[in-house]
Design a protein around this ligand. Structure first.
Ligand code: NAP
Length: 311
């Protein structure tokens, strides 16, 4: 696996204004419609295909062309973006096409696993095409805006060639490395992070709610807490990469005492205590491994191997 530092595109407007690569978008669900709309906005000749053709109506009224078949759609674009529900659908749509993919670049923005991404890229290569795999770190309303991050992995020269067109979808277009699986892996890592933050907020809101406090009152302080953790990340990352965990704020032993308080408080309020119990179980294991006096980032060692807990 590559250790490339992700490289992010900075100049969305400049690059997209200069680029008129013909593009195809296959899949016009919530995300596919946003992608095709962004290509049209940036002036790309855009061909679309969707199982339910009616979803193309507003794109056609803005200058998009509706293809009769997936094969026609692929043949129309140098750059073919696929964004459907899952990789089974990708396979079912593309496998019957045969040589139509020869010489084309397929950008697969469908969510899936690293194995699916690699296997699809190998299959596309056997048809004479080239694949970039991508993951969208945004919701449809963010597509084409300055804040949107879409990560890509696959052959660097192909990314470089199509970067201006891809940047129409978001200024945060980022190249991760040659391994096609990297985009899916980053997507999984970021989703896990977001669920962690979301669950922490919801558990906190449940505790405060049990005391009659609105979640709206909690939200600004929760945001401050998230900002504090955000500021810790560069040090955590350095410690994780170094494999040494000097204490920056509090030891894991100190955190453990606070975790016990949160469990106790949850139980006292009649709120589910599963989340803080899980967090404490991690810390207990770290202490058993001799990390009671280490900084919090030492918990990485508990994540590196399966614990044998529930799957
Ligand atoms: P969606 O609104 O449910 O759209 C699904 C798309 O897949 C539609 O175009 C649908 O066609 C097509 N499809 C499903 N089954 C099919 C089949 N058997 N044959 C042909 N086409 C089929 O989903 P979405 O929100 O656009 O998401 C698409 C991908 O983007 C997913 O992999 C998702 O994880 C990823 N993504 C989405 C978001 C988001 O916020 N929405 C964010 C990041 C990543 P029909 O219109 O005919 O049903």
């Amino acid at each position: 696996m590559t250790t490339n530092t992700p490289r992010t595109t900075k100049h969305m407007a400049d690059s997209s204004e200069a680029d008129r690569t013909p593009v195809t978008v296959i899949g016009l669900g919530l995300m596919g419609q946003a992608l095709a709309g962004a290509f049209l906005r940036a002036g790309h000749p855009t061909t679309v295909w969707n199982r339910t053709a009616a979803k193309a109506g507003h794109l056609v009224s803005r200058g998009g062309r509706l293809a009769d078949s997936v094969g026609d759609a692929v043949a129309a674009g140098q750059l073919v973006v696929v964004c459907v529900s899952d990789y089974d659908v990708v396979r079912d749509l593309l496998r019957p096409l045969g040589t139509v993919l020869d010489g084309r670049v397929l950008v697969n923005l469908t969510s899936g696993t690293t194995a699916q991404a690699r296997e699809t890229a190998e299959w596309v290569a056997r048809q004479g095409g080239t694949c970039l795999d991508g993951a969208i770190m945004a919701t449809p309303d963010g597509i084409g805006t300055a804040d949107t991050v879409i990560v890509h992995s696959g052959p660097r020269p192909v990314f470089d060639l199509y970067e201006p067109a891809l940047t129409s979808l978001g200024a945060g277009t980022t190249y991760l490395g040659a391994d096609h699986g990297l985009s899916s892996l980053y997507e999984a890592a970021v989703l896990g992070l977001m669920w962690g933050i979301g669950n922490g907020f919801l558990h906190g809101a449940a505790m405060l709610g049990a005391a009659g406090v609105d979640a709206a009152a909690f939200a600004p302080l929760a945001r401050k807490g998230i900002e504090t953790v955000t500021a810790w990340l560069p040090d955590y990352a350095r410690q994780v990469d170094d494999g040494s965990y000097p204490v920056l704020d509090a030891t894991i032993d100190t955190h453990l005492a606070a975790m016990e308080n949160v469990i106790h408080e949850s139980e006292f309020l009649g709120v589910d205590a599963e989340l803080p119990r899980f967090v404490k179980a991690l810390a207990d294991r770290a202490v058993a491994d001799g990390h009671g006096g280490s900084g919090y980032a030492a918990l990485i060692e508990q994540f590196r191997e399966p614990s044998g807990g529930p799957s």
